[in-house]
Write a protein that binds this ligand. Structure first.
Ligand code: CIR
Length: 253
């Protein structure tokens, strides 16, 4: 999929107050912003138009814009997060998304975070996690199935979201850890398996033919280099402290 635009949000200075399971110290807000601006710079270098929304200190996770929404060519879906502190973020994004797409707002009957929504061509794989449940998947499916998308649940045993470690990098190829390699759901894909101690690098983004990956994962970098696509790395240490990675920092369309 060719992207022309991303929507992002400036990390709030109290971003350390967001949710996290990582036991890796609190992020520094100044360094978080530096890493965020490098991310923006990479997007601009790749020819993408970038929208930066203002920081939202009442929602210290709100710069992880991937979770409260999913953007498709046909519409945008505001999700219903599985964590209370993030449930207001969709309403903050809605006016921006409405500029580009008709909106569907999910009900509170189920839970779904965008970080669990992996799209490979016209097939959605949805991680079943602490943030996303079957009722959320079912409602999502009622919206996208009539548009020709398939929807398949994927059990996730560890980590925050499915896309924390499994991502589509084009040409029928998924990047993943070994835990997902034998899943029947992914049998039809070429699977590039990265070492467990580099699991964080499973969150690599394909942006118009370039792979954007976190810094410090040499084995994964070599695996990606062998795809023949250019690879760009950036330091994501502060986002990692908050369970965040590259895909969560933007909505791409
Ligand atoms: C959270 O726990 O919701 C945030 N601290 C991190 C969200 C990361 N989102 C993502 O990977 N899609």
């Amino acid at each position: 999929m060719k992207f022309t635009q991303v929507i992002t949000r400036l990390p709030a200075l109290n971003c350390a107050e967001g949710q996290t399971t990582a036991d890796d110290g609190r992020p520094d807000s100044g360094k978080t912003r530096q890493q965020f601006f490098r991310y923006i710079e990479i997007m601009l270098e790749l020819g993408i138009r970038v929208t930066i929304l203002p920081a939202e200190p009442d929602f210290p996770d709100a710069h992880f814009v991937e979770d409260p929404a999913v953007i498709l060519p046909e519409l945008a879906i505001i999700t219903h997060s599985g964590v209370l502190s993030r449930q207001g973020e969709g309403a903050l994004l809605a006016p921006e998304l409405e500029k580009y797409r008709p909106l569907y707002v999910m009900s509170d009957k189920g839970q779904l975070d965008g970080g669990d929504v992996l799209l490979a061509d016209k097939h959605f794989f949805i991680g079943m996690t602490r943030r996303t449940n079957m009722a959320g998947l079912d409602e999502f499916a009622t919206v996208v199935a009539p548009l020709g998308y398939r929807v398949t649940p994927v059990a996730v045993d560890s980590g925050l979201h499915l896309k924390s470690v499994v991502n589509y990098i084009g040409q029928n190829t998924l990047l993943m850890t070994s835990a997902y390699e034998a899943l029947p759901a992914f049998a039809g894909f070429r699977r590039l398996v990265i070492p467990d101690d580099e699991a964080y690098a499973g969150n690599t983004l394909l942006i118009n033919g370039t792979l954007v990956m976190p810094e410090g994962y040499p084995v994964t970098r070599e695996i990606l280099r062998q795809t023949g696509m250019p690879v760009v790395t950036l330091d994501t240490s502060e986002f990692k402290r908050m369970d965040g990675s590259l895909s969560c920092l933007s909505l791409r369309f």
